[in-house]
Structures are given as C-alpha cells and as structure tokens.
Design a protein around this ligand. Structure first.
Ligand SMILES: Cc1cc2nc3c(=O)[nH]c(=O)nc-3n(C[C@H](O)[C@H](O)[C@H](O)COP(=O)(O)O)c2cc1C
Ligand SMILES: O=C(O)C(=O)c1ccccc1
Length: 403
C-alpha cells in the first residue's frame, strides 16, 4: 500500500489555519511559470520556458491532454490508493519520474545535487542529464539510496561513451535513457534573440569535464588543461555530444554491449520507430517530443501514445512525457497505456522559486493531486487506469481554456 500522498493537502490547510502559513510555491500549475519568471534572469527563464519555433508543439502537447476526459466511477472499494508500479522488474513507489533536465545550476545553486536529494526523499527517481552542472559522482552521493537513472547524450567517440556508461553503472544509476531527438538543438527564438545558450559559456559541461577519458583525449590533443581554456574545452565537448549527426540504429549495439541494465530510448513519436526500438533489443521507450523544445509543428505527444502502446506495449515498457502538469494528466497517460510518466518544467520552476524545497513542494503537490484524483476517479490503483475510464471529446472551448 502506498504512503498517503494526499496528506500533503491536509498539511497545507492545517499550517494555514494553525500558523497562518501559506505555501511559498504556488499549488496551481498554471501559475508556476509566472512565479518562476519573477525569480529568474531572462536568460535562464527563456531557456527553461522556451520551446522550438512558434511553440506549436508545446501547444499541441497541452491541447492533447485537454481533449481526453476521464469518466469517474463511484462507490468503488477504497482501501487507500496504491500508486506503485513495477518497471523493468523493480518496484517504484509512484508512476512519476523526474525528467532529465540539463544545466540545473542556471535555475538555483541547489542544482542537480539538491534536486536529486529531494527526489530521493519524495520517492521519485532522478534522471541525470549528460548536460549537467554537477558530476555523476556528486549526484550519486546526493541521491543516496534514491533510485536514479542516467540520460545519455551520446558522444561521437566510443571510448568516451563507454567511460560515461561505466561511471553511471558504478555510481548506482540503474536505467540508461538514450535521448534521440536532440543530436542538434532546434531553432529556439527566445534563446536566439538573447544569443544565449549555456554550454558554449562552459555551463552544463561538468560530466564531460570530469570524465577521465574526455580529459585525457582533450589534454593530449590541445596540449593544455581544460581549466586553462574553458571556451575551447566546451567547444570540444559540444562537438562530442551535439555533433549535428544522429547515431544509427545499428550503433545501439555498442550501448547494449556496455550496459547490462535496461535501455530506454527517449523521443519516440512514430509507431515504426517504436518497432525499431523493439527490434534493436531495447527494454523501453519514452514517448516524448522533448516538451516541444525540438521539432516545432509536431503532433502532441499524448496523441501518439495509444497507437504506440497498441504496437509495442505488450513487449516493452512504454513511458511518456511532454506536457504533464497535473495529477489528472498522469492518470490520462496511464489510462492510455503509459507505465509511468516523466515531468520536466514544473519541478524546475519549483527549483527556481525556492531551491530544492521548492522542487520538493511541486513534486509533493503533484503526487497529492494524483493520489486525490485517483480516489475521486475511482481508479485507486495504476492497474485500474485503463481505456474504459477515458474518452476523447472535443469541446470548442478547449482551445481557449488551454494552459
Ligand atoms: C530546461 C530543460 C532542459 C532539458 N534538458 C534535457 C536533457 O538534458 N536531456 C533530455 O533528454 N531532455 C531534456 N529536456 C527535456 C525533458 O527531459 C522532457 O522531455 C520535457 O521537459 C518534458 O516536457 P515538460 O517540460 O512539458 O514536462 C529538457 C527540458 C527542459 C525544460
Ligand atoms: O535544452 C534542452 O532541451 C536540452 O535537451 C539540452 C540540450 C543541451 C544541453 C542541455 C539541455
């Protein structure tokens, strides 16, 4: 049986009544972005809140959620909700995972280490991005007994790739997430207009700069230490991980040979790619369009979830992200066949507003909302979230009401 995540609601009301305390991070997901904007500089804010092009993919992600409606059941036996799931043979307390988000020092000094620490406290696995401002080893220490996954931006050089995988494994990262949709950054006007991207300024390259194989290759090629010229070293690292050339399906063999745990491909939107992932021997996929930050004018990620689940869901683990904002969004993705979901921006807004405690408040709020909504919808366990409880209905007002 799950912890009573709904107790956080009682705690908020109780603190207000007894002490006059109000939450310092908004509990309304529609207001989080604006609250974060007030605490962040324009570069950092645009980087996290922005998307590709005219943000049409971001809009599609939210609109797709609006167009599915839950159909609640009443007077169901209710011995407490159970949010737990089994992924790759392991027990997870909830179906929510922290999405890999790069360069977290941009948002707060607590950065990746602080967020990994509170994820462990809340029971949400932390996914560490290759584009991080903390090392693999420091995040592992901060995460302690917490579950942790490692997201690979896949270097051009195999020796560096193998070194990253070895470090991740030795430091207790259990699942390898391989992001396929970002071998080159998209056209992102909000960042371009400020000519701002963190990596060329040396921010977010810590995993590369602490990698023994990258270091020795760089230092012997350039005859100088990384610290002597961060700009040049950053350029060399960016060339490794954002080379402007995608890897091939055949190259997945290298990862398979050097990673003995589950491999999950992130960024799948087409049924044929889901089938190729299966054929390549992957254990799972994340149906994701990178939160609308890569290809603009793309289909909403939730839109393609059912057809992908139908094609491969009985043979591999299908996870989902892009646009999850509320507990009900999580239920909708589960009803449409996702085994768990990843959440990006809302948690980062919490981190920006009040450091690791702010991120923790957002995660506890999302889980409380999920717990309460699973009760109210009559789907008290994840197994009961199925297609009989959801229907696609388009109301003319949905487009306007979108958040
Ligand atoms: C600021 C920022 C940085 C991101 N960095 C990465 C990254 O390093 N690797 C990755 O695979 N995805 C990255 N993502 C994408 C997220 O993992 C995830 O797919 C996306 O945020 C989900 O959409 P949501 O923000 O609507 O929840 C990033 C997203 C944001 C907002
Ligand atoms: O900004 C992103 O969406 C992203 O995935 C990324 C890319 C490079 C470095 C850090 C994050």
């Amino acid at each position: 049986m799950s912890e009573d995540y709904g107790a956080y609601q009682t705690e908020i009301y109780g603190k207000g009544y007894l002490k006059g305390d109000l939450p310092n991070v908004t509990t309304d997901p529609r207001l989080l972005e604006e609250q974060a904007r007030k605490t962040l500089g324009v570069h950092a804010f645009n980087y996290v809140a922005g998307g590709a092009g005219e943000k049409a993919t971001m809009d599609s992600n939210r609109l797709a959620f609006r167009q599915w409606k839950l159909i609640p059941r009443m007077m169901q036996p209710m011995n407490n909700q159970d949010l737990s799931v089994n992924l790759f043979g392991q027990h997870y307390d909830t179906p929510v995972i922290m999405a890999p988000v790069g360069v977290q020092s941009l948002f707060h000094v607590d950065k990746e280490t602080g967020l990994a620490e509170v994820c462990a406290e809340v029971g949400i696995p932390y996914t560490l991005s290759t584009a991080s401002s903390s090392s693999i080893e420091d995040v592992a220490t901060a995460s302690g007994n917490g579950k942790r996954w490692y997201q690979l931006y896949w270097p051009e050089d195999d020796a560096i790739t193998i070194s990253l995988l070895k470090r991740a494994k030795e430091n207790g990262f259990s699942v390898l997430v391989v992001t396929l949709d970002t071998w080159s950054l998209a056209w992102r006007p909000a960042d371009l207009d400020n000519a701002y991207v963190p990596f060329i300024r040396g921010i977010g390259n810590d995993i590369g700069f602490t990698d023994p194989v990258f270091r020795s290759m760089y230092e012997s090629d350039s005859d100088s230490k990384i610290e002597d010229n961060i700009t040049a070293a950053s350029r060399a690292w960016i060339q490794q991980v954002f080379s402007g050339q995608p890897h091939t399906w055949e190259q997945l063999d290298l990862l398979r040979k050097n990673w003995d745990g589950p491999i999950v491909l992130k960024g799948i939107q087409h049924v044929d790619d889901a089938k190729l992932a299966l054929k390549a021997g992957c254990d799972g996929i994340i149906v994701s369009n990178h939160g609308g930050r890569q290809l603009d004018g793309a289909i909403g990620s939730l839109e393609v979830l059912p057809e992908i689940v139908d094609a491969v869901g009985d043979r591999m683990t299908v996870l989902f992200d892009s646009g999850i904002r509320t507990g009900v969004d999580v239920i909708k993705a589960l009803c449409l066949g996702a085994k768990a979901v990843l959440v990006g921006r809302p948690v980062i807004y919490g981190l920006a507003i009040n450091g690791k405690l702010g991120a923790k408040a957002v995660m506890k709020g999302l889980l409380a909302d999920l717990w309460l909504s699973m009760g109210l919808s009559g789907t008290p366990t994840v197994a009961e979230c199925d297609r009989s409880k959801i229907r696609r209905v388009q109301y003319p007002g949905d487009l306007k009401a979108m958040m």
